[in-house]
Design a protein around this ligand. Structure first.
Ligand SMILES: Cc1cc2nc3c(=O)[nH]c(=O)nc-3n(C[C@H](O)[C@H](O)[C@H](O)COP(=O)(O)OP(=O)(O)OC[C@H]3O[C@@H](n4cnc5c(N)ncnc54)[C@H](O)[C@@H]3O)c2cc1C
Ligand code: SF4
Length: 477
C-alpha cells in the first residue's frame, strides 16, 4: 500500500468508531471498542489497591508498570500515565484490546483473587493510549542521529514492527519485508476487526513509515528475493515470519467444497473491512451469511471464526471441540462472549468425515475424557455408537498452525530449527545459529500471543544494537 493510500485510509478510518459502536449496540455484540469514558477509566484505576505485590505486573510479559499508570489515571494525570505505559510497551492500545488479560495481568490482580472482580487493566491501557492519539501526545519517531547501519526485518507482524520501532528510534536504517500487501501480520489479516479495529493497526504502520521505516510489501522472501540477498543487503537480519502452515483434517469427504481454512476465512473478512474487492466473499465461498456454520477447533482462532460468522449473519453457528469447556485452550472470556452472541458450543465432539460435495453435514463422533497423558491432559476417547450427522453449509477448520520449513524454503540449512520446526534462537538475545541473524515471535515460540511477539521484538532490537556496536571482526565470528 502506498504511503498516501495508507494515510488516506487512516483519515477515513478515524470516522468509523461512532458507526461501529452504533452497529454493535444495535446487534448486542460484545465489542471491545464500546465506550470507555474518562470517568469509567478513572473509577476502575482507583480500584487498584496499590497492593505492593504487583502480581499483575509480574504476569504481564512486558512487565508494564501497571500500578503506577493506574494511580496516574486515577489522579487524572493521563499524559503521564501514557508516557509511563509506552515506555515498556510499543503498542499499548493494541495489547489493551487483544491480550487475554484473564490469563495474564487481570487474572493475577489481587482484587480479582479476593473475589471482588479485577481492575479492568486492559481497558484502562487501551483508553490511555487512545486518548494520547486523540490529544496529539503520541510523538513521531525522530531519531536523534542517523546511523549508517541497516537492518532487514522479514515479517511485518507485531514482532517485526516492535523491533523496527526500537531500531529506527536508535537511528538505524530499517527495511521491513512482507509477503502481504499490507503490514501488520496477524494484527491486520488474522485478528478480526471487532477485536482490533484495522485503523488502530494502520495508524501504527503509518507512524513507522513516517518515521523512516521502509516497507517492501508483496515481497515473499524465498521466492521474490532470496534470504541470502537480504543478508547481503543488511548488516543484521531479523526473522519474524510467524507460523502459517495450517493443521488439516483427514477423513472421508474432507476435500469437499464448503470446507475452508480458518485463516482464508478470516483474511477475506478482514479484507472486506478494508473495502477490498474479495470475489470469494462475494461468491459466498468465504462468507457465512445465511449459512449453517460449523467451526472445528478449540483455540482463539476458532473463537474468532464463530464470532465473525455470527456477525456475517449466519443462520446458525456451532463450534465442535473434542474436549470439554474446562479443557479448551481458548479464552473463557471469549467463550462467554460468543455464547451471549448466539454461538452454540458442542463439547466432546470430533469430526470423523463429511457428507456431500458441497458439504451438507459433518459426521460427528462423541467423545469422553480418558486418563491423563504424559502432559497431564486428559485424552479424548471415542464413545462407540454415539455418532451423528451435524448439518452444515460451511465448515471452517481452525486446528492451529505450525511453522513452515524455512531452512528448506530459503535454501539455508545452517539456520537451525527445533524438532517442532520453530527457529532455534537464544533465550533473551534471540540470536540464531547464523551470525547477525535474529528471530522472534511465533516462528520461535510456536503459535503464541501478540504481547510475547512485542517483547521478543524489543529484546532482539536491543541485541542487534549491541551486535552492530561491536567491531566488525567480532561481529563476524
Ligand atoms: C486468528 C488469530 C487470532 C489471534 N488472536 C489473538 C489475540 O486475540 N490476542 C493475542 O495476543 N494473540 C492472538 N493471536 C496470535 C497472534 O496474532 C500472534 O501470536 C502474533 O501475531 C505473532 O506475531 P509475529 O510477529 O510473530 O507473526 P505474525 O503476526 O504472524 O506476522 C508474520 C508476518 O510475516 C510475514 N511473512 C511470513 N513469511 C514470509 C516470507 N517468507 N516473506 C515475507 N514475509 C513473510 C507474514 O505475511 C506476516 O505478515 C491470534 C492468532 C490468530 C491466527
Ligand atoms: S500488555 Fe497485556 S498483559 Fe500486559 S498489562 Fe497490557 S493487557 Fe495486561
Amino acid at each position: 500500500m502506498s504511503k498516501q493510500k495508507m494515510l488516506q485510509f487512516v483519515s477515513v478510518a478515524k470516522e468509523m468508531p461512532e458507526k461501529r459502536e452504533a452497529e454493535a449496540r444495535a446487534h448486542d455484540f460484545n465489542e471491545i471498542y464500546a465506550e470507555y469514558a474518562d470517568t469509567k477509566a478513572a473509577e476502575q484505576a482507583a480500584r487498584c489497591s496499590q497492593c505492593g505485590v504487583p502480581y499483575c505486573q509480574a504476569h504481564c510479559p512486558l512487565h508494564n508498570n501497571i500500578p503506577d499508570w493506574l494511580r496516574l489515571t486515577a489522579e487524572g494525570r493521563l499524559q503521564e500515565a501514557y508516557e509511563m505505559s509506552q515506555y515498556t510497551n510499543t503498542f499499548p492500545e493494541i495489547c489493551g484490546r487483544i491480550c487475554p488479560q484473564d490469563r495474564l495481568c487481570e487474572g493475577n490482580c489481587v482484587i480479582e483473587q479476593s473475589g471482588h472482580g479485577t481492575v479492568t487493566i486492559g481497558s484502562v491501557e487501551k483508553y490511555i493510549t487512545d486518548t494520547a492519539w486523540d490529544e496529539g501526545w503520541v510523538q513521531p519517531i525522530k531519531p536523534a542521529e542517523e546511523r549508517p547501519e541497516s537492518v532487514g526485518i522479514i515479517g511485518a507482524g507485531p514482532g517485526g514492527l516492535a523491533a523496527a520501532d526500537r531500531l529506527r528510534r536508535a537511528g538505524i536504517q530499517v527495511t521491513v519485508y512482507d509477503r502481504h500487501d499490507r503490514a501488520g501480520g496477524l494484527l491486520t489479516y488474522g485478528i478480526p476487526g471487532f477485536k482490533l479495529e484495522k485503523d488502530v493497526v494502520m495508524r501504527r504502520v503509518a507512524q513507522l513509515e513516517e518515521g523512516g521505516v521502509e516497507f517492501v510489501l508483496n515481497c515473499n522472501v524465498g521466492s521474490d528475493i532470496s534470504f541470502d540477498a537480504i543478508r547481503g543487503k543488511h548488516d543484521a537480519v531479523l526473522i519474524a515470519t510467524g507460523v502459517y502452515k495450517a493443521r488439516d483434517l483427514n477423513g472421508p469427504g474432507a476435500g469437499a467444497a464448503g470446507i475452508v481454512a480458518a485463516l482464508d476465512y478470516l483474511t477475506a473478512s478482514n479484507r472486506v473491512s478494508f473495502g477490498d474487492d474479495v470475489p470469494e466473499y462475494d461468491s459466498g465461498e468465504l462468507n457465512a451469511n445465511g449459512k449453517r456454520v460449523v467451526v472445528i477447533g478449540g483455540g482463539d482462532t476458532a473463537m474468532d471464526c464463530v464470532r465473525t460468522a455470527i456477525r456475517q449473519g449466519a443462520e446458525s453457528v456451532k463450534l465442535l471441540y473434542r474436549r470439554d469447556r474446562a479443557n479448551m485452550p481458548g479464552s473463557q472470556r471469549e467463550v462467554q462472549n460468543a455464547e451471549e452472541e448466539g454461538v452454540e458450543f458442542v463439547w466432546l465432539s470430533a469430526p470423523q468425515g463429511f457428507a456431500g460435495d458441497p458439504v451438507e453435514a459433518v459426521m460427528v463422533q462423541k467423545m469422553r475424557l480418558g486418563p491423563p497423558d504424559a502432559t497431564g491432559r486428559q485424552t479424548p476417547e471415542v464413545i462407540e455408537g454415539a455418532d451423528y450427522a451435524e448439518p452444515a453449509d460451511l465448515v471452517i477448520k481452525a486446528l492451529g498452525f505450525e511453522p513452515e520449513d524455512l531452512p528448506t524454503l530459503w535454501g539455508e540449512e545452517a539456520l537451525e530449527v527445533t524438532r517442532w520446526g520453530t527457529i532455534k534462537a537464544e533465550f533473551g538475545t534471540h540470536a540464531t545459529a547464523l551470525p547477525g541473524v535474529y528471530a522472534v515471535g511465533d516462528i520461535v515460540r510456536g503459535a503464541s500471543l501478540v504481547v510475547w511477539a512485542i517483547r521478543d521484538g524489543r529484546e532482539a532490537a536491543d541485541s542487534i544494537l549491541t551486535y552492530l556496536a561491536q567491531p566488525a571482526s567480532v561481529a563476524a565470528e
